[in-house]
Design a protein around this ligand. Structure first.
Ligand code: AMP
Ligand code: TRP
Length: 376
């Protein structure tokens, strides 16, 4: 205000970091990002993460781990991290969290990720994740987060008792992805909505700050026959570590006998397997077992039906049990070996964190400049 009370003219806009025409700022509203312009022209980069919150199961292996390994050999840089900051959005015993972090890292290595090719690191070891997440908290809109179904499921009837972190969880996920300007994110089906939010945040940031193409609008990679592995006890529920029945899932730490017995006990129906894929439509449990077989064997579901159509579960279940045991045994054995050698895991995580920070720090520095934060 001037001394006579009249408002001073607004200061001239500071020079934008890039010379693009700035759209009308409507930054407290949702811009039209339904069809974001994919005008990013940086290199291809692949990124994903798994929470450090206890035992991994067959759903994580087929929906995520196995996919990361397939993508690692395509030549683009692959960033894979242990999401320990996401894990603490629900209570984690501090005495166990470090071991859980090492366990996920062991699973990455045991599944075939090669630390020479993939950058494997703990999320919390790269400070830029937290810094970018805060800025994105100021870009994302409450209305966007209010739509997130995972928060609704996880907070249940007691939303007011959930951590604020659980609510803003997908914003941290967007920071994880965009910090490395990742263009492709392999995940299971349950992460689709979080990827959509990431795309909206990227587009809104680029739009609000007048920096088109600064962040890529990343693509979710949700592919293969097992993007949503279902519970072995209920074909309508997702295989999940939070299911109270251990028979509902195959854990990556289960031994061969346990795996075989869980498959034998898996819920099915009395019909033989159909001759065509359509015949699985109203049979969720049979459909799930066929998808698991296909994913483990590297076949399509059609090929599995061509092989087993007309046969009963008395023949199919033992074949599936043999396949599951022979595919998972080397992974679980290598995981156990690595868990007995925490120093080896720590070497990988430390080197990975350093490489990850080299990529992330310049991006977050540039974001701070774009936002207008003070810099010496
Ligand atoms: P989380 O353990 O929730 O951190 O999940 C790690 C990864 O595994 C994510 O990419 C999930 O989408 C994927 N995932 C988790 N459960 C399943 C499932 N039942 N089927 C397929 N993918 C899954
Ligand atoms: N939210 C993911 C899950 O529960 C884990 C995750 C955190 C992630 N950050 C990510 C996955 C970034 C892909 C990209 O599965």
């Amino acid at each position: 205000m001037t001394c006579d009370g009249a408002a001073e003219p607004p200061p001239a806009s500071p020079r934008l970091p890039f010379d693009f025409p700035r759209p009308d700022p409507m930054t407290d509203q949702t811009p039209d990002v339904a069809t974001p312009v994919p005008n990013y022209d940086g290199p291809r980069r692949i990124l994903s993460g798994i929470q450090a919150s206890g035992a991994l199961h067959l759903g994580n292996y087929l929906g995520a781990l196995k996919r990361f390994v397939e993508l690692q050999d395509q030549g683009a840089p692959v960033y894979v991290f242990v999401a320990d900051m996401h894990a603490i959005t629900v209570w984690q015993d501090p005495a166990k969290l470090t071991a859980q972090t090492r366990e996920i890292a062991a699973a990455y290595l045991a599944s075939g990720l090669d630390p020479e090719k993939a950058i494997i690191f703990p999320q919390s070891a790269v400070r830029a994740h937290a810094e970018l997440a805060w800025i994105f908290n100021c870009v994302a809109r409450l209305g966007w987060l209010d739509r997130m179904t995972q928060f609704k499921e996880k907070s249940g009837k007691h939303k007011e008792r959930s951590s604020v972190g659980l609510y803003t969880y997908p914003v941290l996920q967007a920071a994880d992805i965009l910090l490395y300007k990742a263009t492709e994110v392999p995940v299971g089906e349950d992460q689709k909505q979080h990827l959509e939010l990431t795309r909206d945040i990227a587009a809104k940031f680029n739009n609000d700050f007048g920096v088109p193409g600064f962040f890529p609008v990343p693509e979710p990679i949700i592919q293969g026959p097992a993007t949503r592995v279902m519970s072995l006890r209920d074909g309508a529920a997702k295989m999940s570590k939070s299911d109270p029945s251990d028979n509902s899932r195959i854990n990556l730490t289960d031994d061969a006998d346990t795996i075989a017995s869980k498959i034998k006990k898996a819920k099915t129906d009395p019909e033989p397997l159909p001759e065509t894929l359509d015949g699985l439509n109203e049979r969720p449990e049979a459909k799930n077992l066929v998808a698991i077989y296909a994913a483990l064997a590297g076949l399509t579901r059609e090929q599995v039906i061509a092989q087993f159509g007309g046969q009963g579960f008395g023949a199919f279940k033992p074949a599936l049990a043999d396949l599951a045991v022979s595919s998972l045994a080397p992974v679980t054995a290598e995981m156990r070996r690595l868990m007995d050698d925490p120093a080896e895991i720590d070497r990988v995580l430390k080197a990975g964190a350093e490489r990850a920070a080299e990529g992330a720090d310049p991006v977050v520095d540039e974001v701070k400049k774009i936002v207008g934060f003070w810099r010496a």
